[in-house]
Design a protein around this ligand. Structure first.
Ligand code: TEU
Ligand code: CA
Length: 595
């Protein structure tokens, strides 16, 4: 059973600093910009913000390549601006979480510069170095066949000067730290964690938390893709043997500060394995992000080697069922999210982003999320129903993310740079799934330039520059300003839904989830039941199609009550007016209390 905790009931809003709000008109979002929007966030009803990496960085992977944990990327502001942001967030009764990126640093971090300077440098062992292998013909080969996370290249980079390879599970410019060395761990904890905990942050979203401990001997991964020179190896290099020892050390520090954590847990399909991280008894992490739901529709050997909407509704529901199952009868905890900075927009992926249905779709997904158990996360722009940038008005040249760019490079290498059919297929995949969709500047105001990204600077009469990434071509139709006073807007609906969730925490935050129609390809019909016997239940019915649908009101036995039909009380609909039991309009969602 689950003890009640503030962070379990919290709604946490994720901010991507480069793209949230530009206060000075230089085209890059910044910390004063975030501070200027805190009242907006407080009025939405969120309890905490999670700020993506704002540390000093060459920005090869948008701040996930950190060159100095104890400083801020200058275009974003200063450590003092962070202190102001923390203070002002606290003053509004909200908490602050930062991103903790400690599997790797930037290759521009002072530690790595030292490490690569010479084999006998004291910091050499802070990273992972190995000699080359050689083919029978004497060709130099990397130490194993692992593919890095971006594109199709090796996870190893040859260092000419010292004649060894170093490991980078992500970009070449993101060398992996060697957690086996206790001095490295000590330095990581002091620099990346304590420095900011001492400045008042309330917790961390922990990046790639299960990759710190590598498998002994760094063995080759099984060949999944015989065509490719390097193999996806996530299942091999995640969840290594010393993970829990390392997290135990980390937790000893975090718990001194009462800091909360949510760890990102890729490549971990086994729920018992997930529980090792997040069971309350294990004292490792408070929450985890599982990938089951956001990976739906990804290609099997490479996430972008797929076609749009390449999944069944049943797959989406099954993924939700798995993550919801984590809390059933355990002391573990889960999270609810459909978006983050690594994902395309949920309306485009899981519902319908065409002009006719996108508002309904955004409300449908909002209703789904607030009825699911776990800690709720909302990504910037999700609250106003942002959709992916369209193919015809946002060309491939506008995509800037390293993951997208290296995927395109791989496609060109494999199929030829002038293979228009393959390139167009790649564009379709990126238009549907690329991380770029989450990273276009937040559309604050459709009437201001660049969707209002630098609105305040423009109002103050400053010269404003084009945003670092092209703004959303639909900013005129989808933006915060036009929704603020519109009671029918997605924004108004999200605000209402956050309140709705809070009125029924026993059901929606802590309750058990039971899918009544797992195979239904049109409707998502589930029940939420309190953890303990007795008390009201909730019935949630969601129409994932553009057609009006009849639905059979479930019988008492299915709902787990003696006589159902008379006891259903409609308490919420995505549509105006009262819900009608048995009928759903296109993309309508309804909730009933079952007494
Ligand atoms: O992502 C980690 C991750 O596991 C990847 O699957 C990621 O989702 C990416 O899309 C791979 O294709 C985290 C961060 O959230 C991401 O932004 C960073 O790029 C990455 O770590 C490296 O720090
Ligand atoms: Ca700026």
């Amino acid at each position: 059973s689950h003890d009640k905790k503030w962070w379990k009931e919290a709604v946490i809003y994720q901010i991507y600093p480069a793209s949230f709000c530009d206060s000075n008109g230089d085209g890059i979002g910044d910390l004063p910009g975030i501070t200027s929007k805190l009242d907006y966030l407080a009025s939405l009803g969120v309890n905490a913000i999670w700020v993506c990496p704002m540390y000093d960085s060459p920005q090869v992977d948008m701040g996930y390549d950190i060159s100095n944990y104890e400083d801020v990327y200058p275009p974003y502001g200063t450590v003092q601006d962070m202190e102001t942001l923390i203070r002002e967030t606290h003053a509004r009764g909200m908490r602050v979480m930062l991103d903790l990126v400690i599997n790797h640093t930037s290759d521009q971090h002072a530690w790595f510069k030292e490490a690569r300077s010479a084999k006998d440098n004291p910091k050499r062992d802070w990273y992972i170095w190995r000699p080359a292998r050689h083919s029978p013909t004497g060709e130099r080969l990397p130490p194993n066949n692992w593919r890095c996370n971006f594109g199709g290249g090796s996870a190893w980079e040859w260092d000419e000067r010292t004649g060894e390879y170093y490991l980078h599970l992500f970009a070449t410019e993101q060398p992996d730290l060697n957690w086996e060395n206790p001095a490295t761990r000590k330095a990581i904890f002091a620099s990346a964690m304590e420095f900011w905990l001492d400045r008042g942050v309330d917790g961390f979203r922990v990046d790639t938390v299960n990759m710190y401990s590598k498998p002994p001997g760094l063995p080759d991964a099984p060949v999944i893709d015989p065509q490719a020179p390097f193999q996806p190896a996530g299942l091999l290099y995640c969840n290594g043997p010393r993970m829990h020892e390392f997290l135990g050390e980390m937790n000893a520090i975090l718990s001194r500060y009462g800091a909360i954590t949510v760890g990102e847990l890729p490549h971990t399909p086994d729920m018992n394995r997930v529980l090792d991280y997040v069971s309350a008894k294990a004292k490792q992490l408070d929450m985890v992000f599982q990938f089951d739901v956001v990976d739906v529709g990804f290609g099997a050997t490479h996430k972008y080697e797929t076609t749009p909407k390449n999944f069944a509704l049943a797959d989406f529901k099954a993924a939700i069922d798995r993550t919801q199952g984590l809390i059933r009868g355990t002391d573990g905890w889960t999270t609810v999210f459909l978006e983050n900075h690594d994902q395309a927009r949920s309306v485009s992926r899981f519902a319908d982003d065409g002009p006719e249905y996108r508002v309904r779709s955004a409300k449908l997904l909002a209703l789904l999320e607030v009825c699911l158990s776990g800690t709720q996360y909302v990504y910037q722009g999700q609250e106003i129903g942002c959709v992916n940038t369209p193919k015809d008005t946002y060309p491939l040249e506008n995509y800037l993310d390293i993951d997208s760019c290296l995927f395109l490079k791989m496609v060109k290498e494999r199929h030829g740079a002038d293979n228009t059919a393959e390139l167009d297929k790649a564009f379709d995949a990126l238009q549907h799934l690329a991380r770029d969709h989450a990273r276009v500047p937040m559309p604050w105001n459709g009437k201001a330039r660049f969707g209002g990204f630098s609105e305040a600077a423009e109002r103050a009469g400053k010269e404003i520059k084009e945003p670092w990434m092209k703004h959303h071509p639909l900013a005129g139709e989808i933006n915060a300003a036009s929704q603020l006073d519109d009671p029918e807007s997605v924004l108004a609906f999200w605000r209402k839904m956050i309140g709705f969730r809070r009125e029924h925490v026993d059901l929606f935050v802590y309750g058990n989830f039971r899918d009544l129609r797992p195979q239904d390809e049109h409707l998502f019909v589930f029940v939420k039941e309190p953890q303990h016997e007795g008390g009201d239940k909730a019935l949630v019915v969601l129409n994932f199609t553009a057609q009006e649908r009849q639905w059979q009101v479930p019988g008492g036995a299915e709902l787990g009550v003696s006589d159902a039909t008379e006891k259903l009380e409609a308490i919420m609909s995505t549509h105006a007016g009262k819900a009608k039991a048995g009928v759903l309009a296109p993309f309508e969602g309804q909730v009933y209390l079952v007494r």
